[in-house]
Design a protein around this ligand. Structure first.
Ligand code: 3H9
Length: 719
């Protein structure tokens, strides 16, 4: 199938890339461009060439699906060289997203024009690689080193206005991009292409390369800790100022190959496709293709606390009307203040435009009356975790809201069915679980209950996209996907310190593993009073009276340590002490606290527990494998349909390192037989810990060596 349409318009040849949806530069496209250039060179009528993309975009990069496949000639660099060497001017006419290899092709062209809505960027770093078709050598020759280091290590999309300032774009146009390209090409007919060939240019400010490279390296090591690709990007760009062009390109090729076959790149590319795969959700009675979302223009948020205010910021930032409901004036005013300050912060950080920030003030509708909610399209209840209160709110909403209003709860663990019973519209009730801080964390865990309709699920999946989140759809159960799977992580870290590890040792091991923050620092950040309240709530439900000596709850091993610390006023960072003490840098930096060591020693003595040395390997296995085991149970029960849903939840809900793909991908890398064997070992060691009971699905998959793409949910299937 030809993937580049060739046509001649007067004296201009047009090479129109036609490889929907994003015109990726797959083999047939590269061949089409090379053939098209040859044809245009040979045709004496042709005086200039335009390269453009059909449909929604200029090529958005190399075809990632071809990576790791057989090598096929017509390398992008060779195609690019053919363009650059042409004596006839070649114009890149850009619209949509001109990314990665797409931008490299554009940089081989002699001129670049773009629609004002277009974006350009080198996004390779996000999939664990670097620009591998001379991008690291050509961009600095136009923009200078600081911009090139920044664009290539961050992968950010750059607006056309900015790109023009950097010198990447020659002219911004409006109208039909192909026609504009032809017009521009006519205006440069007859001009020599030699001065426009980037290979012949030197890098501006090359004498200061070491200074810029050191600064870039320090930044990537701080900002992208553990990621290999940004480090390699710095090295490749640095070479552009230190080596002649051809040697710089050769150096880039070497670094590209090393990265391309690294485990990190494969994991990041898995994550790229996983994020897209999970948009194809399904549930009983419908799926992403058959269900029809209700249009949402206005949203009400019930509760103006930290979570509610954060959710309101997400809604307002997307340009939707947002009612904010509180029970008294003081709470309402506090909420408004928080929202205003968060919106101002978003404008300052460039996350939203000044206009969106200004519009938010008119879109925000604070109220203390449910009667104002009659016409809203969707409501998000965001009050604290209390079933009775949530039911009361849902019953009230059911009475006042129009019949089509979708009622959502931001519960983090309560089964949606138990809330929906309070209404006469259970099919319109659904969970939308935001992660703290709601305005920042990308995961939106949408939860359908036994009665939620597919149209309702479609509505919240669409809303997630509109407000810039990554929505994942899961079936309701206690704790849903994210918190249920994450629970053993926290529990095991407590058990480890009971057995002899120190909190800072556990944190260090997990940070070296790749987590941005160890489990004890996370607890200090979210507050130990919160976990104390949740534990007390669970104990109440189970009818258990907790004491400092309690070792079992609900038939499973239990650690009372969090509560012991909280009861001593060690509530975390906000109290100046928790698992760490916070005395440095205005209470911001956690430091080791001997008092915690004494509390732990005392606790062990009280329980008669022996102190032992625990290896890093055991810490990783206890924390990760316990969660992975739960992940397989989640698949087994059909809470999630695919391992990708689990991995994406961890990447965007718990900032699990993308270069490890996610816990399920990680388990696959380690090998399911090994993971299963260790889970069985820990089950033997800790028979009274429920989360070590091995998953039956995991056992079957490990015995049959099933590829990850077939780890499907199989509820009810014989395991
Ligand atoms: C590169 O260029 C290396 C070179 O330097 C050197 C080589 C030698 N390949 O995201 P969407 C698919 S590396 C294959 O939902 P949007 C995607 O999987 C590349 N497939 O749309 C999805 O498929 P499906 C550098 C790709 O509008 C469909 O297209 N470039 C590719 O929300 C629609 O995608 C990048 O890293 C690809 N390159 O966003 C850009 N890109 O429907 C990566 C997309 O089956 N792409 N697909 O699920 C993106 O960032 C976004 O897709 C884009 C559009 C912003 C373009």
């Amino acid at each position: 199938m030809p993937m580049v349409d060739y046509s001649v318009n007067g004296s201009v040849a047009v090479l129109l890339v036609n490889n929907p949806p994003v015109n990726a530069l797959s083999y047939a496209v590269r061949k089409g461009l090379a053939d098209g250039m040859q044809k245009a060179t040979k045709d004496s009528k042709v005086k200039a060439v335009v390269i453009a993309g059909k449909g929604r975009t200029f090529p958005a990069g190399a075809d990632i699906r071809e990576f790791g496949g057989p090598n096929r000639e017509h390398w992008l660099v060779a195609v690019g060289n053919g363009i650059e060497q042409s004596g006839k001017p070649v114009v890149a006419a850009i619209h949509g997203t001109c990314l990665g290899g797409g931008l490299e092709i554009a940089l081989f062209c002699h001129y670049r024009i773009a629609l004002n809505s277009a974006k350009v960027g080198f996004t390779e770093v996000a999939i664990g690689i670097l620009p591998g078709a001379a991008g690291t050598q050509r961009l600095p020759r136009i923009t200078g080193l600081p911009v090139a280091f920044d664009m290539i290590t961050s992968g950010r999309h750059v607006s056309v206005e900015q790109a023009k300032k950097y010198g990447i774009i020659d002219e911004i146009v409006t109208g039909d991009i192909v026609n504009e390209g032809i017009k521009y090409a006519m205006s440069v007919v007859g001009k020599s292409t030699i001065p426009r060939r980037l290979r012949g240019k030197s890098v501006p400010d090359a004498e200061n390369v070491q200074k810029y490279a050191d600064a870039a390296m320090a930044q990537v090591k701080r900002k992208y800790k553990g990621y290999e690709a940004p480090v390699y990007c710095v090295k490749a760009v640095q070479a552009s100022a230190e080596k002649p062009y051809d040697l710089g390109v050769a150096n880039e090729q070497t670094l590209f190959k090393v990265l391309g076959t690294s485990g990190q790149a494969l994991a990041q590319q898995y994550a790229f496709f996983a994020e897209r795969l999970i948009t194809r959700w399904e549930m009983p009675g419908g799926n992403y293709q058959t269900a029809k979302p209700v249009p949402v223009r206005s949203v009400a948020v019930i509760g103006a606390g930290t979570m509610g205010s954060g959710i309101a910021v997400c809604i307002l930032s997307a340009g939707l009307t947002c009612y904010l409901v509180e029970q008294n004036e003081k709470f309402l005013q506090n909420g408004i203040k928080t929202i205003k300050s968060l919106m101002e912060g978003s404008v300052r950080l460039g996350k939203i435009s000044v206009e969106v920030g200004k519009r938010a003030t008119t879109l925000l509708k604070p109220t203390m009356s449910y009667d104002d909610l009659t016409g809203v399209d969707l409501v998000i209840e965001a009050v604290y975790e209390n079933l009775d209160l949530k039911k009361e709110i849902f019953a009230k909403l059911d009475k006042v809201c129009k019949p089509s209003t979708v009622l959502c709860s931001n519960t983090s663990s309560i089964d949606i069915d138990r809330i929906a019973v309070a209404t006469k519209r259970p099919e319109k009730c659904v969970g939308v679980h935001f992660f703290a801080p709601a305005y920042h964390m990308k995961l939106l865990e949408n939860i359908y209950s036994t009665q939620t309709s597919p149209d309702t699920a479609a509505t919240v999946m669409k809303l997630g996209k509109v407000i810039g989140k990554v929505p994942v759809l899961v079936k309701s159960c206690q704790g849903f996907l994210a918190n249920r799977m994450n629970t053993p992580y926290g529990t095991e870290s407590s058990f480890l310190v009971e057995e002899g590890a120190l909190p800072w040792e556990v944190d260090q091991v997990m940070e070296d593993f790749g987590m941005p923050m160890g489990p004890f620092k996370v607890r200090d950040l979210s507050g130990l009073d919160i976990s104390m309240k949740i534990t007390a709530e669970i104990a109440k439900t189970l009818g258990v009276t907790l004491t400092d000596e309690t070792r079992f709850m609900g038939g499973s091993r239990y650690s009372h340590l969090n509560t012991i610390l909280a009861k001593k006023g060690r509530l975390g960072g906000k109290a100046g002490k928790g698992w760490y003490k916070y005395e440095k840098a205005g209470g911001k930096i956690p430091t080791i606290d001997d008092d915690v060591v004494a509390i732990l020693d005392n606790h062990r003595r009280n329980l008669g527990l022996e102190h032992r040395t625990i290896s890093s390997q055991e810490i990783i296995e206890r924390l990760m494998y316990s969660c992975i085991n739960e992940g397989f149970k989640i698949l087994e029960e059909g809470i999630a349909k695919r391992p990708e849903e689990i991995d994406i939840s961890w990447l965007y809900g718990f900032t699990f390192p993308k270069y490890l793909g996610g816990p399920m991908y990680y388990a696959n890398k380690v090998g399911l037989d090994r993971v299963y064997e260790r889970i069985c070992y820990y089950h033997e060691q800790f028979p009274y810990t429920k989360h070590w009971v091995p998953s039956l699905l995991l056992r079957r998959l490990s015995e049959q060596d099933v590829p990850m793409s077939q780890w499907m949910a199989s509820p009810g299937a014989k395991l």
